[in-house]
Design a protein around this ligand. Structure first.
Ligand SMILES: NC(=O)c1ccc[n+]([C@@H]2O[C@H](COP(=O)([O-])OP(=O)(O)OC[C@H]3O[C@@H](n4cnc5c(N)ncnc54)[C@H](O)[C@@H]3O)[C@@H](O)[C@H]2O)c1
Length: 481
């Protein structure tokens, strides 16, 4: 320390490259395998906050890597462009050289996809660990120095044990320490969540080597996250906590959605019920908005995984309990379609229906497991014609509906999309849909005109005054019949 100034001591590390030696001015060489919704933003934040580390993100998908290196990033996330722009080329790099990246790295985050298995034992429930296992084998084959391996992907509890077994199977004398560091970011607010997380969870083996590795990972986050929000646990608690967190969040949505059905039968209003219940500080108001159902790549697959694990351990009642969360989610989507059919005289054939939103939630272009996909499919089965509108998700929507027979068109401008339609169905809670000129939209639509508000975000009374027949979730419908 000199005159209150902290003198940064840069460690000069010598790194072996294929064609000799070069000197790196970085304190640590961090690699992330998997440049998706988690790997990209997480590593961009580490690089942005820690210019003393070199951060490289690699992926087998070369097209994805070239988009990370372009002005047109592969994912939309508010604030992401700015931090990538600030760090890319300085200490943040995107590359398709996975082997070289592994060789050079001190710390490797594994952030590959872990979807639900679609074949063989556990199909439709268990996590498909083929991408993850391929990565573990590649790390073993390319490593010639000790490394810390960080599980960033969401994995079944006790996966770290399998990871350790694969890494040490050849007994090549190289030491690997496996840590669990699940990611809790939510798409749409990923940058905010990464910059100011509720908590960072680091699970490790409770051996001297495991604790030493844990401290190195904690040191990275401590560059910007207050120490009291960095939680350290044993490795199994960390793996399980991620599955349980998602299950608890999804459970709240299914709980209020189940009550929305009861509200519709009893003239209670689900928004009022949700407010009254949520104001109890023991319950809290978050994740209590009734809707057409939850989506996203994680909730369904992680709960299926939890259910599968419970059945594996013979805990049938526990498995059934969590399975109920998923069943209510499917029920809510079915109910929405049945309500549309009943309201529109039991036939949708040849009717034009405009979907406002296709992303699984606002502020993301991600459509994985979006309720809109299943609802679009069902509407097409009923021979409705669809016009799909979304500010960020049309590219993904086109891919999701490719090959499904029926008439579908795509139109980003919501006014043009709704024009000439019989009904508008709100699928995503984008702010832009709250602020439209619904009088103009009403004038441009076929009559009678319907609005099915699958997110309860619109001013229903006002829409009814304009002339719409309005069908919210969990509230009395406002019609002119
Ligand atoms: N999306 C979320 O909101 C979120 C939040 C928290 C945790 N997670 C978890 O994080 C993990 C990643 O999720 P995601 O949404 O980023 O997935 P993603 O599909 O967007 O990205 C995964 C990437 O890994 C790459 N990949 C697969 N196998 C590879 C290999 N062998 N070598 C190199 N690259 C490989 C894929 O090409 C893909 O680009 C999952 O386990 C998920 O459950 C996701």
């Amino acid at each position: 320390m000199v005159c209150g100034q902290v003198l940064k001591i840069w460690l000069i590390t010598v790194i072996r490259s294929e064609d000799g030696f070069f000197v790196s001015e970085f304190e640590k060489d961090i690699l992330c395998i998997g440049a998706g919704y988690v790997g990209g933003p997480t590593m961009a934040m580490i690089a942005f906050k820690c210019p003393q580390y070199k951060v490289t993100v690699v992926d087998i998908n070369e097209n994805r890597i070239s988009r990370w290196n372009s002005g047109n990033l592969p994912i939309y996330e508010p604030g992401l462009d700015e931090i990538v722009e600030a760090a890319r080329g300085r200490n943040l790099f995107f590359s398709a050289d996975i082997k070289g990246g592994i060789r050079r790295a001190d710390i490797i985050f594994v952030s590959v996809n872990t979807p639900t298995k679609t074949f063989g034992a556990g199909a439709g429930m268990a996590a498909d660990l083929q991408y993850w296992e391929r990565t573990a084998r590649e790390i073993r084959e390319c490593s010639d120095s000790p490394k810390i391996i960080v599980e960033k992907s969401t994995l079944p509890v006790r996966t770290a044990l399998a990871m350790e077994k694969i890494l040490t199977a050849e007994n090549n004398g190289i030491n690997f320490d496996v840590l669990s560091n699940p990611e809790f970011l939510a798409e749409g607010s990923a940058i905010k969540d990464l910059e100011d997380p509720d908590r960072v969870l680091v699970g490790s083996r409770e051996t001297p080597a495991g604790l030493k590795a844990r401290d190195q990972l904690v040191e990275i986050y401590a560059n910007w996250v207050p120490k009291d929000r960095i939680l350290t646990t044993n490795i199994w608690s960390s793996e399980l906590s991620k599955l349980v967190s998602n299950a608890f969040l999804a459970q709240r949505i299914s709980s209020i959605n189940s009550i929305s059905a009861l509200c519709e039968k009893t003239d209670a209003d689900v928004t009022e019920v949700s407010r009254a219940v949520g104001m109890d500080s023991r319950v809290g108001h978050k994740f209590l908005n009734a809707s057409v159902g939850f989506g996203g790549s994680c909730f369904k697959k992680d709960i299926l995984n939890l259910v599968y694990l419970c059945r594996h351990y013979g805990l049938e009642e526990v498995a059934d309990y969590w399975d109920g969360v998923l069943r209510i989610n499917d029920y809510q989507k079915r109910r929405f379609i049945l309500e549309m059919l009943a309201a529109m005289f039991n036939t949708l054939a040849g009717k034009r229906i405009c979907m406002f939103g296709f992303a699984f939630k606002a502020n993301t272009g991600d459509t994985r497991e979006s309720p809109a996909i299943g609802i679009a499919g069902r509407l097409l089965e009923e021979r409705a014609e669809l016009v799909i509108s979304d500010p960020k998700a049309l590219e993904n929507a086109r891919a999701d509906l490719k090959g499904i027979p029926g008439k579908v068109s795509y139109e980003e401008d919501p006014y043009a999309a709704a024009s000439g339609c019989d009904a508008v169905a709100v699928m995503t809670e984008w702010d832009v849909y709250r602020e439209l000129d619904y009088s103009a939209i009403f004038r441009s639509m076929s009559k009678p005109a319907y609005i099915f508000d699958g997110r309860n975000i619109l001013d229903h009374k006002r829409l009814h005054e304009i002339g719409f027949n309005v069908f919210p979730i969990g509230k009395v419908a406002l019609t002119h019949f």
